[in-house]
Design a protein around this ligand. Structure first.
Ligand code: SAH
Length: 215
């Protein structure tokens, strides 16, 4: 799987500006046992570079996308990271290998509960997960060095930009199924100015809002 990600990184370098991902990111990908994060029926596929179903109409992201999004954050070891869309918890674990502290929110209550248990069992002590609508971020733990969103939203939630540290970076899929979706990197530079860059076309599950979920 690591070799497949490296090949895809090279093939997409014209879009991403990154021919390779950092040693820390690739080491984390090599270390996190992805088969622990997929349903048993999908276990034979766990180390294929593909997205897989995890129940609740959600998916575990493609490993190349997990590696790319993590790499785009340029995290230091001291980083505090917010993830919106815990899902299987796989991306959460990859972040936890690299950063000092990871906070993750999923709107599906069952997923947030299951992942807390699983990550605890796998020995991750620097992860806190809660269920809720990630649109408002997690102000109590802000600001964040990195924010990673794993569900596609028509526009960037303003609270997430607010909760980004100066010098911090966010990776977020933006768009919709009809007009297309793009992975975007948003950076808050030292002057507090926001810079945005489209990275490449992607396909993510939709970012849902609390009101819709409860309907
Ligand atoms: N990184 C995950 C991807 C999961 S799919 C993985 O690799 O497993 C995206 C997740 O985003 C789903 O679990 C979905 O429940 C969650 N999600 C969608 N809208 C959300 C919202 N408003 N707030 C928090 N989580 C949300």
């Amino acid at each position: 799987m690591v070799a497949q990600i490296e090949a895809e990184a090279k093939a997409t370098a014209a879009y991403t500006d990154r021919k390779t991902f950092s040693a820390a990111v690739m080491a984390a990908i090599g270390k996190v046992p992805r088969h622990e994060f997929v349903p048993q029926s999908q276990a034979p596929m766990a180390y294929v570079n593909a997205a897989l179903p995890i129940g609740f109409r959600q998916t575990i992201s493609q490993p190349y996308i997990v590696a790319l999004m993590t790499d785009l954050l340029d995290l230091e070891k001291s980083a505090v990271v917010l993830e919106i869309g815990t899902g299987s918890g796989y991306q959460t674990a990859v972040l936890a290998e690299i950063a000092k502290q990871v906070y993750s929110i999923d709107i599906v209550q069952e997923l947030a509960g299951e992942e807390t248990e699983r990550l605890k069992r796998l020995g991750y002590k620097n992860v806190v997960i809660r269920s809720g609508d990630g649109y408002d971020g997690w102000p109590e733990h802000a600001p964040f060095d990195g924010i990673l969103v794993t569900a596609v939203t028509p526009d960037v939630p303003p609270a997430l930009i607010e909760q980004l540290k100066v010098g911090g970076r966010m990776a977020i899929p933006v768009g919709n199924r009809i007009l297309g979706e793009d992975l975007m990197v948003i950076e808050k530079d030292q002057a507090g100015e926001i810079r945005e860059r489209l990275v490449l076309p992607v396909a993510f599950v939709p970012f849902t809002r609390a009101a819709q979920t409860n309907a």
